[in-house]
Ligand binder design. Sequence first.
Ligand code: NAP
Length: 242
Amino acid sequence: MKRYALITGASRGIGRAIAIELAKDGCSILLNYKSNHAAAQEAKRLIEEAGGEAELMPFDVSQPDAINAALDAWFTAHPDDYIDVLVNNAGIRRDGLFVFMSEADWHEVMSSSTEGFFYVTQRVLPGMLYAHKGRIVNIVSISGVYGMSGQANYSAAKAAIIGATKALGKEMAPRNITVNAVAPGYIATDMTADLDEAELKKTIPAGRLGTPEEVAHLVSFLCSDEASYITGQVISIAGGIG
Ligand code: NAP
C-alpha cells in the first residue's frame, strides 16, 4: 500500500526540500502550492529525478472552500487510501511594526497559518485515525517561540500552531499519531531573500543561514517509525539561536 504524504507550500523552499526527502523515504507526494505552477512543476521533476512520485494539488491554505474541494476530489479518486503524513508548511510573512500594521497584513498571515492548519488537518485526520497510524509535522518558527520585533502577526500565527501542536499531540498520542512542530531559525529561501545576510549572520551563533535540506532531514526523521515516541514537541533548528 502506498504511503501518501501531503506537504503544503511544497513548490519552493523548505516545503520543496521536505517533499523531495519524504519521496526518498518512499512516500508518494501530494504537492500543494498556491499559484506558482512553474515552481511546482520543477519540484515534481526533482522528486521524480530522485526516484519518487508526486501529484500536484494546488489550493490556497487560507481558503477553506478551496481546501475542501481539493481534498474531497482526492479522497473520491482514492477511496481505499488515506494520507499517512501531513506537513503543514505553507506560510507567509508580512513584517511591520505592530502600531502601523494593516488589518490585511494581520489577517493574511494569521489565516495562511491557522486556517490552513485547521481545515487541512481536520480533513486528513479521520484517515489516520481509522488506520491507527499517522505523522503530522507543523512548520512554525523561532519567531513563534521567542517573539520577534516587526513580526507580531507572524509570531502570533506561529505561536497559535505551537499551542495546537501541543494539544493535538496529547489527543492523538493514544492513537499512534504523532504531532510535532519544527521551528526553523533563518533558512536560505525566497522568504529570507530580502534580508541583509551579512547583518543576519552576526546574530546566528553558527554564523550562517540554515538550508532547506537541513530542515527536511529533521522532518523526515519525525515522520519515520523511529520517531514514534516523540509527540507534542517543538524542535528548533536554528544554528544555536535561543
Ligand atoms: P517560501 O520559500 O516563501 O515558499 C513558500 C511556499 O508556500 C511556496 O510553495 C508557496 O506557494 C506556498 N504558499 C504560500 N502561501 C500559500 C497559500 N496561501 N496556500 C498554499 N501555499 C502557499 O517559504 P519558506 O521559507 O520555504 O517557508 C516555509 C515555511 O517555513 C513557512 O511556514 C515559514 O513561515 C516557515 N519558516 C521559514 C523560515 C525561513 O527562514 N525561510 C524560518 C522559519 C519558519 P507558491 O510557490 O505557489 O507561491
